[in-house]
Design a protein around this ligand. Structure first.
Ligand code: AMP
Length: 562
């Protein structure tokens, strides 16, 4: 099938918010695909060049892409930023640039139209380009791909390459569309999507093998499944109530969740988002090979980074391990990680997802050899649970998880079988010093806010981070009006404003950051209230933020490397 049909479909999806219409249009489209086209088409419709479990990535930055687009069209930076301002979307902005600069592009009338399979194979070639000269090779491949595409096709190629599809067609809707397309009950599709970890893959099985194929699916080693998720409660007592008076409390570690697949001596590790991170964690692979007893197993756990004093390090340091895959050996010496297992999903041909949690945990203990399990108590006593929470937090962890004793493992579901209990840091009152127009739906509003705290010594406002989270649409609209009234100047897409508006900001952690002059940055900042009752000189100070930052280290180890 021609790629154009896929992009026409995307345009239709973009133009509607009606879920029914979306799923039936997609279903019609899916029915017309060839067997080999189903997986690539669905992956692309969901904004992924490859299936989700696939370790390959294009590794192409927006900077590279925009350079290529400029080369092809002769457009200037200014033209780009105006188009982006008008649309709030990289893909749509690129389409405008391509339409406007048609004449500059080489005439490609005689070339055959792009097909879905061709696009996939170019993506494969881009992902596989490695070693010396790979940058140039990648660029050439992209250039000839975009050179052959129409403006609408370019729009979606860009969106897929940078992973920002934004047609409103989420995975849940895709499951409904697949169910409609192949007349297979939605429940079966959901189970298959969970077992294969990817709706595109599940749909391909529907088309090739029908209801029979999809019903006989089971776990497959090296195919990650969607992780079970947790809801939040405020305290251990609430968790006890929810779980019928007695439950298993575990340390909630502040690390990265991993799903480990093992068959014989072969081990692969997947992140929470189901990408393959095996290469980033060689020592985890080693310990699994050495310690885990069953021949085949799928397990879950959390890896945490450790400081020199053996205490857990803030999350950001761990993330460096996932980002840098090249000089891994050096980094693994610098940032040792420790694995704590918490679940066993599959073992030697047997699925354990229906087995009650206590029993899974018992079997995990047997299977895990010398590997730590997350610390756990089973109790019906709120006071004991409260003490356990304090102990977890004092040892530098995030809080507790409560797990219902007889609960199954429910992949991909954020239910009440697992509850998380966190101790949060006190919110800060910060001042908005600048704002940016948002992207997508928010592109007409000043909706990304630069947050700052006052320096007691100089009176200056020093930035601590940005956020677009927390305000309702109405509040954003209102805030845009207010900010425009106090605007001082525009620098590109950033509007600098007088420091007058105070907002209350919640966050998960204060990190060290070279990005801002304050030297610190808030992780996961979100606005919780607009504090019109406070004036900017009543806002919190940099000195206070620094004190909170230091206090974190009373619990967390300091980072010694830099
Ligand atoms: P959240 O990311 O805040 O929704 O919390 C859920 C996450 O907590 C999981 O995805 C895990 O990465 C992490 N976690 C830490 N400790 C545990 C534990 N003992 N059991 C399950 N998840 C845990």
């Amino acid at each position: 099938m021609e790629f154009k049909e896929l992009t026409d479909l995307c345009e239709k999806l973009e133009a509607t918010t009606k879920r029914n219409l979306m799923t039936s249009t997609v279903a019609d489209f899916l029915r017309r695909l060839g067997k080999e086209e189903v997986e690539p088409a669905i992956s692309m419709l969901l904004g992924r060049p490859f299936p989700r479990w696939d370790p390959r990535t294009l590794d192409v930055s927006w900077a590279t892409l925009s350079r290529i687009i400029q080369r092809l069209t002769g457009a200037s930076w200014r033209e780009f930023s105006v188009a982006f301002r008008d649309t709030g979307d990289m893909g749509a902005a690129t389409k405008i640039i391509f339409e406007r600069n048609k004449t500059q592009r080489q005439v490609t009338l005689f070339e055959k139209p792009l097909t879905i399979l061709e696009v996939r194979s170019v993506f494969e070639a881009i992902a596989e380009a490695s070693g010396q000269g790979s940058r140039e090779r990648k660029e050439r491949l992209i250039e000839s791909l975009l050179g052959r595409a129409s403006p609408v096709e370019v729009k979606y190629l860009v969106k897929i390459m940078i992973g920002e599809m934004r047609t409103g067609l989420q995975e849940g809707l895709m499951e409904i569309a697949v169910s409609k397309a192949f007349s297979i009950p939605l429940e079966k599709i959901r189970t298959a999507s969970m077992l294969t970890g990817d709706i595109a893959e599940a749909a391909a099985i529907c088309m090739k093998e029908g209801l029979k194929g999809i019903s006989s699916l089971s776990f497959k080693i090296f195919r990650p499944i969607k992780p079970m998720l947790a809801q939040t409660v405020d305290n251990p007592e609430e968790a006890l109530k929810e779980h019928g008076g007695k439950t298993a409390f575990e340390y909630k570690l502040d690390g990265a969740r991993i799903q480990i697949h093992k068959s014989g001596s072969k081990v692969r590790i997947f992140s929470r988002r189901l990408t393959d991170v095996t290469r980033s964690l060689p020592e985890v692979v080693e310990v699994i090979r050495r310690e885990v007893k069953p021949k085949e197993a799928i397990m879950e756990g959390e890896v945490i980074a450790l400081g020199k004093d053996g205490n857990p390090l803030p999350f950001q340091h761990l993330m460096r391990r996932f980002r840098r895959v090249y000089s891994i050996e050096r980094i693994s010496e610098d940032i040792p990680v420790e694995l704590h297992l918490f679940d066993l999903i599959y073992m030697d041909g047997e699925s354990l997802i229906e087995v009650p949690y206590v029993e899974r945990r018992r079997r995990l203990k047997e299977a895990a050899g010398g590997i730590f399990l997350t610390r756990q108590i089973v109790t019906d006593d709120p006071a004991e649970a409260e003490r356990f929470l304090d102990e977890a937090v004092n040892r530098g962890h995030e809080g507790l998880m409560a797990k219902r004793l007889n609960s199954p493992y429910t992949p991909g579901v954020r239910g009440k079988h697992w509850l998380k209990i966190k101790k949060t840091l006190e919110p800060l009152d910060l001042v908005i010093i600048a704002a940016e127009y948002g992207t997508g739906r928010r592109h007409r509003w000043l909706s990304d806010y630069h947050l700052a705290a006052r320096d007691e010594e100089t009176g200056e406002f020093l930035m601590l981070g940005k956020t677009f989270k927390g305000l309702t649409d109405r509040e954003m609209e209102e805030m845009t009006k207010r900010l425009k009234q106090i605007a001082l100047e525009e620098r590109g897409h950033i509007v600098i404003v007088e420091p007058r508006i105070v907002v209350e900001v919640a966050y998960n952690e204060i990190q060290k950051s070279p990005k801002y002059r304050s030297g610190m940055a808030l992780r996961f900042a979100r606005i919780t209230r607009i504090r019109d009752d406070k004036s900017p000189d009543e806002a919190d100070t940099i000195q206070k933020v620094r004190r909170i930052y230091e206090k974190q280290f009373a619990r967390k180890a300091r980072f010694f490397i830099e």
